[in-house]
Design a protein around this ligand. Structure first.
Ligand code: HEC
Length: 171
């Protein structure tokens, strides 16, 4: 009889011990995902392959691309990145230097491949032309200065162009 009860005690102890170990493992797990949340955005931009980076945006000069891109952005991206790409609770600003300094090819690659494990979806189901329009739109945000249009003096940078000029050139 005594033997039996000590056996039961052992079994109970074993159960308690495994439970404790499991709990410990779980809390260690959540500690590591806590660390993950401190990850800085934009680091993916530096990992884009050289060849993809160098790709030219075929719609960079297209006068319709910024507006079309903006509409697509509001449809697909704004819920996370904010209506004007200023950043939101779910995703970082796309007006940040890191994004604005990235080549168009880099942004296109990020759109095509996503950063899935960080919550940035893959957009390869959007036609390529639409992805380039979005890239043109994002890039256009970097050109907008804080000063309103009418305050723009004659000292605009030499490479700035108006959509009408671009129209003339393509004719
Ligand atoms: C479900 C939310 C969500 C949507 C929708 C979304 N994104 Fe993101 N995006 C993210 C998150 C989260 C990150 C940060 C990824 C990281 O930490 O690297 C990100 C990062 C980015 C980056 C920078 C890359 C980087 O490493 O941070 C770009 C550029 C970007 N998104 C563009 C877009 C565009 C354009 C769209 C619409 C076609 C879009 N995103 C839609 C969540 C989203």
């Amino acid at each position: 009889m005594r033997n039996r009860s000590s056996l039961l005690m052992m079994a109970a102890l074993a159960v308690l011990l495994t439970g404790g170990i499991l709990l410990f493992a779980q809390s260690a797990d959540s500690a590591s995902s806590e660390k993950d949340r401190g990850h800085k955005p934009y680091t993916e931009l530096a990992k884009v392959p050289e060849k993809a980076r160098a790709k030219n945006n075929p719609l960079a000069e297209d006068p319709d691309a910024p507006l079309a891109g903006r509409k697509l952005f509001e449809q697909h991206c704004a819920e996370c990145h904010g209506n004007a790409a200023e950043g939101g609770k779910k995703a970082p600003s796309l007006r940040a230097q890191e994004v604005q300094q990235a080549t168009p090819g880099t942004l296109f690659w990020i759109l095509t491949n996503g950063v899935v494990r960080r919550g940035m979806p893959v957009w390869s189901k959007l036609p390529e032309a639409q992805r380039w329009q979005i890239v043109t739109y994002i890039k256009s945000l970097g050109l907008q200065k804080e000063t309103p249009d009418e305050q723009k003096g004659p000292h605009e940078p030499a490479n700035s162009r108006s959509p009408t000029e671009a129209d003339d050139r393509s004719r």
